[in-house]
Design a protein around this ligand. Structure first.
Ligand SMILES: Nc1nc2c(c(=O)[nH]1)N[C@H]1C(S)=C(S)[C@@H](COP(=O)(O)OP(=O)(O)OC[C@H]3O[C@@H](n4cnc5c(N)ncnc54)[C@H](O)[C@@H]3O)O[C@H]1N2
Ligand code: MOO
Length: 414
């Protein structure tokens, strides 16, 4: 946030004075613990076409069996008894199993893959192996061959996926096969407050202006953690406007999480901390001992019965904001979604190669590419640029004083 000449110096109550930064691991732990203590947002029943990317709130249970009836696994002939057979008809596509007449020994019916096999069928003879002449049919079959039996994959009532599973395209197809039209899902809502009078949102900035580079990161980041960015507001560098924006996000948007971008530091126009004090928020983390991403913040609006949204404050420098989002925002959102933190993937640690200088007191978060079971710095990862992060697979967590060896990895969304 820029300080203009006519910006009045804000009053700082004693409670607003910045606290010593929290160690990086402790900050992450606080984010996970807060999400756990707040509990899940209300479960939503979403139509399948809207449920992609959410998290199953309940176990997925088979409403019908797979297959739902005995079906042919190949195009060809349903046959009964030993060869030769007489072709007595055809199973029409989409026929109800009860509408298909039974086969007697020595009879056959033409059948398509997926159609219900007639009662009495011993096997399906594929066209490629059939020797047909008029109604006369020859060939060799093994009992039970090319028939999919009812429930052989999944029985009715069976649990096929546990609650907490991300809803992927395959999950949607499976749910449809199992006769579901809607799914009970968790998908926390996030409201973003993007602060900064200098920000523009399209085109090239004039000198002194800055193109918003954090707003475009947030929808994908939220979705990756199982949440949804439902509203974004651009907030003026003004304390009253910042307070009003927090109030509106909490009261009107039923947000589980408010993410405030910029205005998190100690400058005269950095109003986030003061606004939270005015709103009576409980501030759990104020400043994290990591580089980039130092001035980040974790707070909770309301208390007890009137508990409101979690607030995550991200620094204004875009790469610092990303590092902070992986530190606090993603663990909060994954926790509220009931799913695993996506920054944690296997392998979670690798040797770090290349020139990396540890910080004496702070954890460094270094943009790295992963190759051949090692992590390599990609460069271009200073606080104000996302160039390195855009090329990287992960951020390497370099503890204070580290000199060589394995480091923890925080995966970046792809
Ligand atoms: N006296 C101190 N000054 C600063 C400290 C400090 O500890 N003491 N920390 C520095 C660090 S580290 C960072 S990071 C920044 C964070 O400051 P804020 O969160 O208050 O962010 P702003 O002042 O609003 O902006 C900083 C910088 O980033 C640009 N910006 C802001 N929002 C966006 C956006 N959405 N997209 C792109 N760029 C954005 C803004 O124009 C400024 O250039 O504070 C340091 N100062
Ligand atoms: O640590 Mo600030 O968050 O580097 O740019």
């Amino acid at each position: 946030m820029r300080v203009h000449r006519d910006t009045p110096r804000p009053e700082r109550a004693a409670t607003e004075r910045p606290q010593p930064p929290v160690a990086w691991e402790r900050a992450r732990g606080a984010a996970r613990d807060l999400a756990r203590s707040v509990g899940f947002p209300p479960c939503r029943h979403e139509p399948l076409q809207d449920a992609l990317g959410a998290t199953l709130a309940e176990d997925l249970v088979a409403g019908v069996a797979i297959p739902f009836y005995d079906t042919a696994a190949m195009d060809g002939y349903a046959v009964a008894g030993p060869a030769p057979w007489t072709v007595v008809g055809e199973v029409p596509a989409g026929a109800a199993p009860t509408a298909v007449s039974a086969l007697q020994s020595g009879q056959a019916m033409e059948i398509a893959t997926g159609a219900p096999v007639p009662e009495g069928t011993e096997a399906v003879l594929p066209y490629e192996e059939a020797d047909r002449d008029g109604a006369h049919l020859g060939g060799t079959v093994r009992a039970g061959r090319h028939i999919r039996r009812t429930g052989e994959d999944t029985a009715t009532g069976e649990t096929v996926l546990p609650a907490g599973s991300p809803v992927t395209p395959a999950v949607l197809g499976l749910a449809a096969s199992l006769a579901h039209d809607t799914l009970p899902v968790l998908r926390p809502r996030v409201t973003a407050l993007v602060t900064g009078d200098e920000l523009i949102h399209s085109g090239a900035p004039a000198a002194g202006a800055v193109r918003d580079a954090i707003g475009p990161v947030l929808p994908g980041l939220a979705g990756w953690a199982g949440a949804e960015l439902s509203h974004t507001h651009h907030v003026a560098d003004d304390r009253a406007a910042t307070v009003a924006a927090f109030r509106a996000a909490a009261e009107q948007h039923s947000a589980s999480v408010i993410v405030a971008c910029g205005a998190s530091s100690v400058g005269r126009a950095d109003h986030v901390r003061a606004a939270l004090t005015e709103l009576g928020a409980t501030v759990l983390v104020e400043g994290v001992a990591c580089r980039p991403g130092h001035p980040q913040l974790l707070a909770h609006l309301g208390a007890g019965e009137a508990a409101g949204p979690i607030v995550v404050g991200l620094p204004g420098n875009p790469n610092a904001a990303l590092a902070a989002a992986l530190t606090l925002l993603v663990p909060v959102l994954a926790g509220l979604s009931g799913r695993d933190d996506p920054t944690r993937a296997t392998p979670s640690r690798l040797p770090l190669r290349g020139e990396v200088a540890a910080h004496p007191r702070d954890t460094r978060l270094v943009a790295v590419a992963l190759a051949g079971e090692c992590a390599y710095p990609v460069g271009h990862d200073r606080p104000a640029t996302l160039r390195g992060a855009a090329m990287a697979d992960a951020l390497a967590v370099v503890p204070p004083g580290w000199s060589e060896g394995e480091v923890e990895l925080l995966r970046l969304p792809h």
